[in-house]
Every structure is written in structure tokens, then in C-alpha cells.
Ligand binder design. Structure first.
Ligand SMILES: Nc1ncnc2c1ncn2[C@@H]1O[C@H](COP(=O)(O)OP(=O)(O)OP(=O)(O)O)[C@@H](O)[C@H]1O
Ligand SMILES: [Mg+2]
Length: 456
């Protein structure tokens, strides 16, 4: 227990001034009544009695004025807050902060902290550890030093790298009247990561655009210069140029598509669609490409079965078409691409049906469906299986990254922008669905998607 503060005893309860006035009024009236009685009974001369009442009233009034202030003491002077209570408030304040925050006293010990700070500093229940044993950043330690020696005005901000990909900004300040230095940490990692992703994306996009552009201008130069008169070679040059410009327009279309999907990412799909119809339409749209390549395209599943989903029809068609384009691209002539689809009682079951069809396969979930915990969500699934070369294990985790092409390292002739699976992943995330791949080297790959079925 803390000692009673004398200030506490000085405190006057609210309404004390009014009560004292009433007490003096009662006392004064009693005296006046007694003197009046004495005057009426003739014991005291009437004039003397009146004079006595006036004197008495004056004494009472003077005493009242002298013994009190018109303002109650409790309201006139702010009551000093006990130290114990002040510390409690500062701990509560830290706890209420959504950011990691802690206080360091002048002995350089961490005396108060909130849960987020506990997790970051890994205090593990240590009481009042030395700041230097917990904080590794010399810049932050010296900012705390400077602040506790009164060497800082306002707030000092220091950047702290706590890992290869983790950056914090520490705001160090000394609140007025406090015996401690306050440190509030702000996580800069997501901002930095987003900035890096943006600049990587721009660098990749411009590189990808520059490659066909360089080829095009190279051929234009050749046709204007050395091959000016060699018109026999022009058709070959023009074929290459047509291919390059086609590649450029495909890249631009993919980039636009990606940015459109990102733009509408916060608008959840709202249309009720039949998933079997989508699967059928997308497969039919690529039948001509399959015929052209001499690959047989087989649809397994009942296209008339009603599989209601809440989806953006065009986006899901784009998903299936992207998966099918890849499958057809990598399957040699004479091979087969199988599309199967159906429904399942839960997301987990749909995932198994979509992406766990082979026993001896390497597999990876590229996007986990955002199912409701504990709820067996009815789902629909689709699987595209090919007879291509398969994908090496080390590439699997990076599929779905923008511009990532596994066959680039293989030096194969098959080209692409490396945006198709990134678009698929984005769209599936937008539909709270999942994406997984399984592959057997030399035998083929299968990509599976699944998403919640619409409730009836
Ligand atoms: N069915 C598949 N078989 C073998 N490799 C595949 C298959 N599908 C995708 N890949 C690999 O994954 C990479 C990324 O595929 P993605 O669809 O994102 O890009 P792309 O096909 O190269 O270009 P885009 O689809 O943008 O024209 C491909 O470059 C390829 O290496
Ligand atoms: Mg593709």
C-alpha cells in the first residue's frame, strides 16, 4: 500500500461549500430566534436584541467568509496523481496502442511494453531487461540514450533493419513530465515490399516489351540496309516480325488484363453462373487450337449438370483458357489433354479431386482457398491434365509469379510472357478459390482449380 498523500486529505468533497453555508444559516437563525424570544418576553430590551442579532449575523458571516474559499478546494487545484496510478496508466496506454511500443527508463531498462513489442523484442517474460541486451540496432540504442539524456526535442525517427527483408521505423520520444523514453515501432516492410514489387514489375514489363521491339527494329534496319535488294529473304523476315509484334500485343493484353483484375479485386463476384457451362465454353473455344496442333482435347464431366457458382464468367473462362493454352502448348502432337470437372462436399475434397490424381507426382498448392474454418463448403473443381514434359520440382513454388517461366532455363523454343498463371492465381484469389499443380517428369502436368459452390 502506498502512503496517504497529504494532498488527498486536503480534498473537499463536492458540494461542501453549499453545506457549510446551510450550517451557518441554521446556527444564525437559532441565535436570532433565542434573542427574539427574550425580547418578546421582555427579558431583553427590543433595541438591544435587534443590535445583538445584527452583531451576531455579522460575526457569523465574517467567520463563514474567513473559513472558506468561494471555490471548493478540490476544483481550484488539480489533484496530484499518485505515481503508482500514473505508471498503471502508461502501461494501459501502451496496451491500447496497435503498434509495438515500449518504455525505457534512465537506467536503460525496458520497464513497460505491450504485446506486439513483446513478440518483436522476444522478451520471453524477462522483467526489466537492459535495452542493449534486447535491441541490436546501434542507431536505435543511441537515439534512446540521447533522448534520456535530454538531448532530443520532440520525436526522433530511426530506421532499423531487422532482417534481409524486414524494416522498421522506430519513433523515440520523451513525453512531457515522464521519467521514461517511449519507443513506438512502425513496420515499413509491407510498404518497402510493395515498392520493390512495383519497380520489379516495371523493370520486367519494360524488359519483356523491349525484347520484341529490339528484334523488330533490327529487322527493319536489315531490310533497309544490307538486305535492301535481297527481296527473296523478306518473307522470312516479315514472318519473324509478325511473330514478334504478336508477342508484344499478347504481352500488353496480359498486362492490361492483370491490371483490370487487380483494379476490381475488391468487388466480389456477384453473378450466378453454371460452372459446367463455363468449362464447356472454354474448352470449345480452344478446340481449333488443339486441332491445329494435332492434340486431342477431351472433356470429362457432364456439361448439362447444374453446378451453380457465384463468379465472374469471363474471368473463370480466362482461367480455364490459360490452363488449356499451356497444356496444349506443351503437349506434343498426337498427345492428349484432358479437362475434367465436378463438385465436392468440401474445399479439401475438391482440392484432392482437382490436383491429386497421380500417385507418383510432385505437387504443390499455389493458392490456398479461403474457406470458412470448420464449415464444409460445397465446392466445384476443374482439372486440366496434359502429356507435356512435366515441370521440374524447383520451379513449382514460383509458378504464378509474374513473368516467371520455367522453360526459360531449359532453353526451349516455346515462348510466352509468363503472365498466364499469375492471372489465373489472381482470379482464383478473387473467387476465394484455390490453385494447385502436380507433375511427373516426362509424363505430363496437371493444374487444378476449385472454388466455393453457390448456396442453393
Ligand atoms: N502445362 C505445363 N507444362 C509444362 N510447363 C508449364 C505448363 N504450364 C505452365 N508451365 C510453365 O510455367 C511457366 C509459366 O506459365 P504461364 O502460363 O504463367 O506463362 P507462359 O505460358 O510462359 O506465358 P503466357 O501464358 O503469359 O503467354 C511457363 O513458362 C512454363 O515454363
Ligand atoms: Mg501460359
Amino acid at each position: 500500500m502506498s502512503k496517504a498523500d497529504p494532498a488527498e486529505n486536503r480534498q473537499v468533497p463536492r458540494g461542501g461549500s453549499r453545506r457549510r453555508a446551510r450550517d451557518f444559516a441554521v446556527l444564525g437563525s437559532c441565535f436570532a430566534l433565542v434573542l427574539l424570544l427574550l425580547a418578546i418576553t421582555g427579558e431583553v430590551n427590543f433595541i438591544v436584541a435587534v443590535a445583538a442579532i445584527i452583531v451576531l449575523a455579522s460575526i457569523v458571516f465574517a467567520y463563514y467568509i474567513g473559513s472558506s474559499s468561494f471555490l471548493p478546494v478540490g476544483e481550484a487545484s488539480p489533484q496530484p496523481v499518485p505515481e503508482e496510478k500514473r505508471r498503471l496508466d502508461s502501461a494501459q496506454l501502451l496496451r491500447a496502442l496497435p503498434l509495438p511500443a515500449f518504455e525505457v527508463d534512465d537506467d536503460k531498462r525496458i520497464v513497460a511494453f505491450n504485446d506486439p513489442a513483446d513478440m518483436i523484442l522476444r522478451l520471453d517474460g524477462r522483467t526489466n531487461p537492459r535495452a542493449s541486451t534486447v535491441i541490436r540496432s546501434p542507431a536505435l540504442l543511441s537515439a534512446i540514450d540521447r533522448m534520456s539524456q535530454g538531448g532530443g526535442d520532440g520525436t526522433v525517427s530511426v530506421e532499423v533493419d531487422s532482417g534481409p527483408d524486414e524494416t522498421w521505423r522506430a519513433h523515440v520520444s520523451r513525453p512531457t513530465g515522464s521519467a521514461q523514453t517511449l519507443v513506438v515501432l512502425e513496420d515499413l516492410t509491407p510498404v518497402r515490399r510493395a515498392a520493390r514489387a512495383r519497380s520489379d514489375f516495371l523493370a520486367n514489363a519494360s524488359h519483356e516489351l523491349r525484347t520484341p521491339l529490339t528484334a523488330l527494329s533490327g529487322f527493319i534496319e536489315t531490310m533497309r540496309g544490307p538486305a535492301k535488294d535481297d527481296t527473296g529473304s523478306w518473307p522470312r523476315f516479315l514472318d519473324i516480325m509478325a511473330g514478334e509484334s504478336e508477342r508484344m500485343s499478347r504481352l500488353i493484353a496480359d498486362l492490361l488484363s492483370l491490371s483490370r483484375i487487380e483494379f476490381s479485386e475488391h468487388i466480389p463476384p456477384s453473378e450466378r453462373e453454371n460452372f459446367s457451362r463455363i468449362a464447356l465454353d472454354a474448352t470449345e473455344a480452344l478446340q481449333a487450337v488443339a486441332d491445329d496442333r494435332g492434340v486431342s482435347l477431351v472433356l470429362e464431366g457432364d456439361p448439362d449438370e447444374a453446378l451453380p457458382v457465384v463468379a465472374h464468367r469471363d474471368e473463370i473462362i480466362q482461367v480455364v483458357e490459360n490452363l488449356l493454352t499451356n497444356a496444349l502448348k506443351y503437349t506434343p502432337a498426337g498427345g492428349k489433354v484432358r479437362v475434367s470437372f465436378g463438385q465436392a462436399g468440401s474445399m479439401a475434397e475438391a482440392r484432392t479431386l482437382a490436383a491429386q490424381g497421380w500417385v507418383d507426382a510432385e505437387r504443390m498448392t499455389l493458392l490456398q482457398a479461403a474457406g470458412r474454418p470448420g464449415k464444409p463448403d460445397a465446392s466445384v473443381w476443374l482439372r486440366v491434365e496434359d502429356e507435356g514434359p512435366g515441370i521440374e520440382r524447383e520451379h513449382l513454388p514460383r509458378l504464378g509469379e509474374r513473368f516467371y517461366r520455367a522453360d526459360q532455363s531449359r532453353g526451349g523454343k516455346i515462348t510466352g510472357t509468363g503472365l498466364g498463371l499469375a492471372i489465373v492465381k489472381h482470379i482464383m484469389a478473387h473467387h476465394r478459390g484455390g490453385l494447385a499443380v502436380e507433375t511427373r517428369m516426362g509424363k505430363g502436368s496437371a493444374f487444378g482449380i476449385w472454388l466455393p459452390a453457390a448456396r442453393l
